[in-house]
Design a protein around this ligand. Structure first.
Ligand code: HAM
Length: 419
């Protein structure tokens, strides 16, 4: 049997309503906040991500789906959208049109991670990017926007964590300090963290190893290394959040897994999904546009993992029951022909009525069973003596009341159903 690739998932019809509910909330909130949708290709030149996200990150060093296509170009399935959005922003010279672009997306992403609950190899993100503004209000707006979507979806067990990674010069000073602090503790670090000490020292904060966590708890904190401007920016983000009553905790361990961040970083975590608790992550990336060949442009954004959000919702019992039903089921009886029913169905459907009919030449009894299974609001009997007189019988399923209606007065049937 051919099965779906490990780490990928089919979304079956009975799961779709929750996806659609989430997508609808995303689209509505994005429109209330005036973000415009952008769609970019599924794959890009590999260099976009290696340069954008950073060579030493886990994503680039071990998780990307990369292949050489027939023309010899190195191609990568997008592991995230920020680099792609920035590429599109530069390529289409969007900065010439207006100075601030507020963009959003809903799309599949691909990362070859070890699959587990809430961690897939093809997963879906929605996210937003505001390109062209350095105002801390925009960072706060990102947090507010992401949080509002999660709340509207019905999630409760949420925590917002924020931090600032400052600018590169501040971060370099901090990394040196961290190196000094860890120098005589290296032997006690996990194997992974020993490697990270060399390649990406900040990521040691992400280690789940107990000993690492204990060591890092006493490490110097980045906020102590920020200059006045970075500190002010961070204070203002917090002030804006206070202004609208959004609660957060400052977490000096929040370093994020992508290299492009400057200043603000944030995550929204859920207590309802186990180890993969980050539902959403983002922050400011003021240097990325220049790094990818554009003009220096400040930007900030976030992305949220939709599978994790749906999982959290399932675990919290916040799913909404969607009793899918049809408006009308057409039950055919002799002497009516299939063509007669097909024609009636066509007219009903084109009038905006959800209509179903029998394709399997079933008995009247079996057709009624189908109508009940589909929770049809009405059944229209097409056939019998009434049909010979040019009539049909409309049955209201809830009350059992039946009414004979002339087929010639089709509008009457439609009006009854639409009432
Ligand atoms: P990220 O933290 O890599 O950030 O991903 C954002 C969210 O995507 C995570 O919090 C998580 O919910 C979800 N996610 C990531 N990997 C997986 C996976 N393998 N399976 C399921 N869900 C996953 C970014 O992608 C940045 N582009 C966010 C951003 C936008 N920063 C600025 N603008």
């Amino acid at each position: 049997m051919i099965k779906a690739i490990t780490g990928t998932k089919d979304i079956l019809p009975d799961q779709i309503s929750e996806w659609k509910r989430l997508e609808k909330i995303v689209e509505e909130q994005m429109s209330f906040f005036n973000y415009k949708e952008i769609r970019t290709p599924t794959f890009e030149e590999t260099v976009l991500f290696s340069r954008g996200i950073g060579e030493s990150t886990d994503i680039v060093s071990k998780e990307m789906y990369t292949f050489i296509d027939r023309s010899g170009t190195s191609i990568t399935l997008k592991p995230e959208m920020t680099a792609s959005v920035v590429r599109a922003f530069i390529e289409h010279k969007l900065s010439k049109k207006q100075s601030l672009h507020k963009l959003y997306y809903i799309s599949s992403m691909f990362r070859q991670e070890r699959p587990q609950a809430g961690r897939l190899r093809e997963f879906h993100q929605f996210g937003a990017e505001a390109i062209g503004g350095n105002d801390p209000m925009l960072d706060a707006e990102m947090i507010e926007l992401a949080y509002s979507i999660l709340k509207l979806f019905g999630l409760k067990n949420l925590e917002i964590k924020i931090n600032s990674l400052g600018v590169p010069s501040e971060r370099e000073k901090y990394k040196n300090e961290l190196q000094n602090y860890l120098k005589d503790k290296i032997d006690n670090l996990s194997e992974d963290s020993k490697k990270r000490f060399e390649t990406n020292i900040l990521r040691i904060f992400d280690s789940k190893d107990e000993k690492d966590i204990e060591i890092m708890a006493n490490a110097p904190k980045i906020l102590e290394f920020l200059g006045e401007e970075s500190l002010n920016h961070f204070e203002e983000v917090k002030n804006y959040l206070d202004e609208i009553g959004i609660k957060y905790t400052v977490d000096f361990k929040l370093v994020r897994g992508l290299d492009y961040y400057t200043n603000t970083t944030f995550e929204i975590v859920s207590g309802s999904v186990g180890a993969q608790s980050a539902l959403c992550g983002g922050g400011r990336y003021n240097l990325l546009i220049e790094q990818l060949g554009g003009q220096s442009t400040p930007a900030t954004g976030f992305a949220a993992g939709m599978e994790r959000i749906l999982l959290a919702c399932r675990n919290e019992g916040c799913e909404e029951k969607n009793e899918s039903s049809i408006d009308i089921y057409l039950v055919r009886m002799e002497p009516a022909k299939k063509q007669n029913v097909f024609k009636i169905a066509d007219r009903l459907r084109l009038s905006g009525i959800k209509t179903e009919l029998d394709y399997l030449s079933r008995s009247v009894k079996a057709q009624m069973r189908e109508a009940n299974r589909m929770k049809a609001k009405y059944v229209l009997f097409v056939g019998g003596e009434e049909f010979e007189k040019g009539n049909t019988v409309l049955k209201v399923m809830e009350t059992g009341i039946q009414e004979e209606l002339p087929l010639g007065k089709f509008d009457e049937i439609i009006n009854r159903i639409k009432k």
